[in-house]
Design a protein around this ligand. Structure first.
Ligand code: NAD
Length: 455
């Protein structure tokens, strides 16, 4: 047996031992995971900083504390969500029991992405543990320091037989994906999402695919521009745009574009100073490969703000490109960096057409105070999520499903959905040998007759 097969087999044996079934066990593991994050806040910040040169503020609110809060929310509701459901009975089942059990799938594979390497590994794992599954967690190999720390700490806090970390790159992951899992939860690009989906097809393994894409922002002339600029720029420049739900591009009229740029110049100076490269609040591009890919976009429009680069520092200043043509490469692929193109449209109808001619986005942002326009866009476009008059914050609402549609993903999670994702709702009809029930149902037995059809 290969190491990969052994890894999955030993985890499957742990699952069949029944260890993960009792709620008390799951609660203890979730509490231990929470303790791991709380006791190692500083270490996680240092690792995230080493990977992305990200500020303490962003590391705490977007990764460490965010994930702790997700655990708290699940712990608060686990007993209620895991309890068997008893749906309403009709007359036909009056003497029976009807129950929906929340059955764990078994051995789950969770694959994380590098852009939020802690949150995107641990948040799905919380749902998998809560559902009573065993987990093989594969953090992204690109965010080396965070993957190393997760690999060191998980075995110190969690049950070693049920929860394992697997570190590896493309070759190792390709081998791992040949194994049979009971559920695969993948976060990453649409390209690799397809590879995961193909691998899962061999065993008809259910998957959640949390993918990416281009998330548009539509701004009309009724929006409060001072607030709009801040909310769009914050969403774009946290993690220097390396966020799956970052505003990818703006659609607006040339007048709104001019006003947006004027206000953005003021705000960006206030936030990042005269030389943004010196600001401690801006991350760096994760790798040379992504740096090269992004700098090629800088000539795809007129640089209205930014455009400075420093290869040695993998630095690209927060940049706004104006009058960008839809045919430019920057409008063809997910940007995933600090470059914000603005494309001109005349009105909401043109914006809808523009959005619908492209792949379904992970998030769609609408800035307007005209209810009819907001509803028009909401009802005539499809996207994973929508936020009206803000960006990003939908991910913090526990009660909203977070996920994509079309090429931006399959499935959703967060809050209760994180639990629901990792359990199979097993419908059970439980009958007894009561003589009345048997007499009433006996019409189903042969010999069949026309008379019985009328009963
Ligand atoms: P990626 O697809 O390159 O990598 C994701 C995972 O797949 C990693 O664990 C990696 O090791 C593995 N992988 C990479 N190549 C592989 C291959 N050929 N075979 C098997 N496994 C392979 O994605 P990334 O660069 O880490 O992340 C960026 C992408 O993820 C962006 O498109 C972004 O929008 C998306 N994303 C989506 C979400 C979401 O919640 N929807 C969150 C973060 C990132």
């Amino acid at each position: 047996m290969s190491n990969f097969a052994e890894l999955v087999q030993s985890t499957r044996e742990a699952f069949y031992s029944g260890k993960t079934r009792p709620l008390e066990f799951r609660i203890k593991q979730l509490q231990a995971l929470k303790r791991m994050l709380e006791e190692n806040r500083h270490e996680f910040h240092a690792a995230l900083n080493a990977d992305l040169r990200r500020s303490k503020f962003e590391n705490y609110i977007l990764e460490i504390d965010y994930t702790i809060n997700e655990i708290i929310h699940l712990l608060r509701h686990l007993k209620e969500w895991a309890a068997p459901e008893r749906p309403t009975k009709t007359f036909v089942n009056a003497l029976d029991e009807i129950v929906i059990y929340k059955e764990p799938y078994g051995v789950t594979l969770i694959m994380g992405a590098w852009n939020y390497p802690l949150q995107l590994s641990i948040a799905p794992m919380i749902g998998a543990i809560a559902g009573g599954n065993c987990v093989i967690l594969k953090p992204s190999e690109v965010s080396v320091a965070t993957a190393k720390l997760i690999n060191e700490l998980i075995p110190k806090y969690l049950d070693n037989e049920c929860y394992k970390v697997f570190c590896g790159g493309t070759n190792e992951t390709t081998e791992l994906l040949k194994q049979r899992f009971d559920y695969i939860f993948f976060t990453g690009s649409t390209t690799v999402g397809r590879i995961v989906r193909e691998a899962s097809n061999k065993f008809l393994t259910p998957v959640t695919l949390e993918l990416g894409g281009k998330s548009p922002v539509y701004i009309d002339n009724t929006a409060d521009l001072t607030v709009t600029v801040k909310r769009v720029l914050w969403g774009k420049f946290i993690n220097v745009g390396q966020t799956c739900i970052a505003p990818d591009y703006i659609l607006c009229t040339p007048e709104v574009q001019n006003a947006f740029v004027k206000e953005a110049k003021k705000i960006m100076k206030e936030w990042y100073g005269e030389n943004p490269q010196e600001s401690q609040d801006l991350c760096r591009i994760v790798s040379d490969k992504h740096y090269q890919r992004l700098t090629a976009f800088l000539s795809n429009g007129e640089v209205a703000i930014g455009g400075q680069v420093d290869p040695a520092d993998k630095y690209i200043s927060p940049t706004i490109l104006i009058n960008v043509r839809p045919s430019e490469p920057v409008m063809k692929e997910e940007i995933f960096g600090p470059i914000l193109p603005i494309v001109s449209v005349s009105n909401a109808y043109e914006a809808i057409k523009f959005i619908n001619e492209r792949e379904k986005p992970l998030a769609l942002y609408i800035f307007s105070t005209t209810l009819e326009d907001v509803n028009l866009i909401l009802q005539n476009t499809s996207s994973g999520n929508v936020v009206v008059n803000d960006t990003i914050l939908h991910m913090t609402v526990d009660t909203l499903p977070f996920g994509g549609v079309g090429l931006s993903g399959i499935g959703a999670y967060h809050g209760k959905l994180s639990f629901d994702t990792f359990v199979h709702p097993k419908g059970c009809l439980i009958k007894n040998f009561n003589i009345i029930g048997e007499t009433l149902a006996s019409a189903r037995y042969p010999p069949y007759s026309e008379k019985k059809l009328k009963v």
